[in-house]
Design a protein around this ligand. Structure first.
Ligand SMILES: C[S@@+](CC[C@H](N)C(=O)[O-])C[C@H]1O[C@@H](n2cnc3c(N)ncnc32)[C@H](O)[C@@H]1O
Length: 324
C-alpha cells in the first residue's frame, strides 16, 4: 500500500469496508500472480454487494467495470462516490488515477448487446500472457480483448496442439488461436462473425510473428452455417466458446446456446477426425448439457480444472472436454 492511502479522502464507513476488502484480496492474490508471472488477472468481482465492481489488472492499467443497479444516489453523489472508489483502487494498486479505465455495464440478459462499440479512442496496448502477446483495448468496447477466465484453458489447449489441425469457433480476438499456433499446430482456422474481432485476431498473430497464409486462416462466417459446409475429418481439435445469445443481422437465425448446443456440438463431432476433441465453453449460468443427445464417446466437465486462482469460487462459466 502506498502512503497516499493515509492522507486521502475522508472515507465513509462503507468505503472503508471496500478499501479493507480490496486491500486484503489484492495482497493475497498479487502474491499468486507474481509467483505465476501473470500480469493480467482479476482482482475483485462483486465481493461486496454495495461495491458492484469487476476489477482487472492489465499490466500497469486497471479496468473497472461498474454494474449498473438502483443505487439511490443523485448523479453528483454517484460521481463523487465513483471517484472515491477509483482513488481507493489506485492507491491500493499503487497506480496513478489516469491508469484506471471505467466502464458501466448493465446486467444484460441478451448478450448480443455485449459486442457494441462504446468509443473510438483506438487505444490498443500489448500485454503478455504465458510468453504470448495480446492486444488489449480498455476504452472502446465492453470487453477488453482478452477473457482472463480462460487463461488456464488456453494453456491446456496449447499443450495438445502439436501437429494438429485446430479450429477456433466464435473466436473473438483469437486468443485460443494464438496459443494453438504457439503449440505448433499444423494449421489454425479462426472463425467469427465480427470483422473487427477477426482483424484483431490477425493483429494478435502478427504481434507474435506467426506467419503463413495457408497455415493460419481467418474466416468471417456464422458458425452455425459454416459447420455445415465442412467435411468429416477436417479438424483434430476444436475450441467452441459461443455467446449465450446472438441475433446479429448477418445471421440466418438467432443463436440460443441452451437450445442450440446439441446441434452445434454434434456438427463439430461430425467434422472431427476419429480421435478428435472439442473444448466447449459457455457463460450461461443456468446451462444444462443435454448429455443424452450428444454423439460423443466421452464428456468431461473440466470447469474446475480450468479455473485459475483469480476466479476460484467466482467462476460463472462452464467448460467441457468432449471426445469424438
Ligand atoms: C464469448 S465470445 C468468444 C470468446 C473467445 N472464445 C475467447 O476466449 O476469447 C463470442 C464471440 O462470438 C462471436 N459470434 C457471435 N455470434 C456468432 C455467430 N453466429 N457466428 C460466429 N461468431 C459469432 C462474437 O463476435 C464474439 O466474438
Amino acid at each position: 500500500m502506498n502512503n497516499q492511502l493515509q492522507n486521502n479522502l475522508p472515507l465513509q464507513q462503507k468505503e472503508l469496508m471496500f478499501q479493507n476488502r480490496l486491500l486484503k484480496v489484492y495482497k493475497h492474490k498479487s502474491k499468486q500472480a507474481k509467483r505465476l508471472n501473470i500480469e493480467c488477472w482479476r482482482i475483485y468481482d462483486h465481493d461486496l454487494p454495495e461495491f458492484p465492481f469487476c476489477i482487472e489488472l492489465y499490466g500497469n492499467k486497471v479496468y473497472v467495470a461498474e454494474y449498473l443497479r438502483r443505487h439511490g444516489m443523485t448523479d453528483e453523489e454517484h460521481e463523487q462516490w465513483l471517484e472515491n472508489c477509483i482513488t481507493i483502487i489506485c492507491n491500493i494498486l499503487n497506480l496513478p488515477n489516469e491508469n484506471a479505465f471505467i466502464k458501466q455495464r448493465k446486467r444484460m440478459h441478451h448478450r448480443s448487446q455485449q459486442y457494441e462499440k462504446l468509443a473510438t479512442e483506438k487505444e490498443y496496448f500489448t500485454v503478455t500472457e504465458n510468453g504470448l502477446k495480446f492486444l488489449v483495448n480498455l476504452t472502446d468496447y465492453l470487453d477488453t480483448g482478452l477473457f482472463l477466465d480462460h487463461r488456464t484453458t488456453r494453456q491446456m489447449v496449447k499443450e495438445q496442439c502439436n501437429n494438429k489441425h485446430v479450429l477456433n469457433l466464435f473466436a473473438y480476438t483469437g486468443s485460443f488461436s494464438v496459443y494453438a499456433a504457439a503449440g505448433n499446430a499444423a494449421s489454425v482456422t479462426t472463425v467469427d462473425l465480427s470483422k473487427t474481432y477477426l482483424q484483431w485476431a490477425e493483429d494478435n498473430f502478427k504481434l507474435n510473428e506467426f506467419k503463413g497464409d495457408k497455415k493460419y486462416q481467418f474466416i468471417h462466417a456464422d458458425v452455425k452455417q459454416y459447420l455445415k459446409t465442412l467435411n468429416p475429418n477436417s479438424f483434430d481439435l476444436v475450441v467452441m466458446d459461443p455467446p449465450t445469445f446472438s441475433n446479429s443481422k448477418r445471421m440466418k437465425d438467432i443463436l440460443d446456446i441452451q437450445q442450440d448446443h446439441v446441434e452445434l456440438i454434434n456438427d463439430v463431432m461430425n467434422i472431427l477426425s476419429p480421435n478428435g476433441v472439442l473444448y466447449f465453453s459457455t457463460n450461461y449460468t443456468k446451462f444444462v448439457l443435454d448429455v443424452d443427445n450428444i454423439k460423443a464417446t466421452s464428456i468431461k466437465d473440466i470447469t474446475k480444472a480450468t479455473t485459475s486462482f483469480d476466479f476460484e469460487g467466482k467462476l460463472k462459466r462452464w467448460c467441457f472436454k468432449i471426445n469424438k
